[in-house]
Design a protein around this ligand. Structure first.
Ligand SMILES: Cc1cc2nc3c(=O)[nH]c(=O)nc-3n(C[C@H](O)[C@H](O)[C@H](O)COP(=O)(O)O)c2cc1C
Length: 351
């Protein structure tokens, strides 16, 4: 039997196999960022995964950026997430919540009233975002966070980790890539600060390290993961030294003793993110991006990975683990319903 189907423990989290469901934004929450009953079904159907990493979820109303994405800052949201985690645990699955603060990748059309779009600096992201109200919309010009407010956002992440535990999650993962707030601090084109959060590489990774530190102190490092992809230019990000950024991050988080690192393939010539992560991180290592069953088996067998995560394969194959084990052909998903809302193309793929 392949090692891919064997259990593994990351910190305090015991996985029954090494097939992880990667986080996927699917826009099935309410306009008030509250998880819906369809989300309970969708995640429960996928509870045979060794670990589910639930979709990017905002630690605050200001951190929202896309339509119908969830939050974890109100009692109503915590209660709704509790139904999701109970259902996954009933299927003997494990589930952590990905914390995602969009920062400057946001438009007011996707945010509740009385919220603000903030970032490291007042520099707009040159991307357009889908909205339910006006179609594609430009991002807002962000207001630069004051130094005190940066510490306030770090506190939001700490509180979100506590809220996630209250909602029954086994842990939380910080989304550190794809151009959202932590990556905005790390980049050259979104951060021109002159305080301890800007300038040198050590300063630019400080926000991420302090957010993870706060989360780890709040719920224990054995329940915290971190996701990163060096050099990822998504959402208008420039980092001309991705390997140095990765090494600075790994240096900064080493003393924290996090449960796992979730690393995506770097599409940067000469940077082997997987090998650097293995060498510099001593917790569990989840690798991602473009894996299939055989390449995942190989990654785990060779010791390159402790687990492998799959995103797209899980969309139309809720019982992906069983399909891999029995070598069945995989179903293809419908692109049109990725973010459409409702059960169709979401929780109605047959098991
Ligand atoms: C519909 C969709 C939504 C996604 N949303 C997120 C997200 O919320 N957070 C995140 O870190 N990655 C997100 N991703 C990226 C995936 O987690 C994953 O890294 C990517 O799809 C590559 O893995 P795969 O080859 O197994 O699909 C998303 C991907 C897809 C297809």
């Amino acid at each position: 039997m392949s090692k891919l189907y064997e259990p593994v423990t990351f910190g305090e989290i015991e996985l029954k196999n090494r097939i992880v469901m990667a986080p996927m934004t699917r826009s099935r929450s309410t306009d008030a960022a509250v998880p819906t009953p369809e989300m309970v079904d969708y995640y429960a159907q996928r509870s045979s995964a060794g670990l589910i990493i639930a979709e990017g979820t905002s630690p605050s109303a200001d951190g929202l950026g896309y339509c119908r994405t969830p939050g974890i800052y109100s009692p109503e949201q915590i209660a709704a997430w509790r139904a999701v985690t109970d259902a996954v645990h009933e299927g003997s699955g494990r589930i952590v919540l990905q914390l995602m603060h969009c920062g400057r990748v946001a438009t007011r059309d996707n945010k509740p009233a009385n919220t603000e779009t903030v970032g490291p600096s007042a520099i707009r992201a040159e991307v357009k975002l889908f909205t339910d109200t006006v179609g594609m919309a430009a991002t807002d010009m962000p207001r630069a966070l004051t130094r005190d407010e940066v510490y306030g956002v770090i506190e939001e992440f700490r509180q979100a980790a506590i809220n996630a535990r209250e909602a029954g999650f086994d842990g939380v993962e910080l989304h550190g890539t794809s151009g959202y707030l932590p990556m905005q601090f790390m980049s050259e084109n979104a951060n021109d600060r002159t305080d301890e959060f800007g300038g040198s590489l050590e300063n630019r990774v400080r926000f991420t390290v302090l957010a993870l530190k706060g989360m780890a102190e709040a719920i224990g490092p054995g329940r915290i993961g971190f996701r990163f992809c060096p050099g990822n230019a998504f959402n208008d990000i420039v980092d001309s030294q991705p390997e140095a950024t990765l090494r600075a991050l790994l240096n900064g988080i080493k003393p924290l003793g996090l449960a796992y690192l979730h690393i995506m393939k770097a599409h940067v010539p000469g940077v082997d993110a997987f090998a650097i992560a293995r060498e510099q991180f001593n917790g569990g290592l989840i690798l991602n991006d473009g894996f299939d069953r055989d390449s995942a088996m190989e990654a785990v067998a060779s010791g390159a990975a402790d687990a492998v995560s799959f995103a797209r394969h899980f969309i139309a194959n809720p019982n992906l683990v069983e399909r891999f084990q029995t070598d069945r052909e995989l179903a293809q998903f419908d692109r049109n319903t990725l973010y459409s809302g409702g059960a169709k193309g979401y929780s109605d793929y047959p098991v």
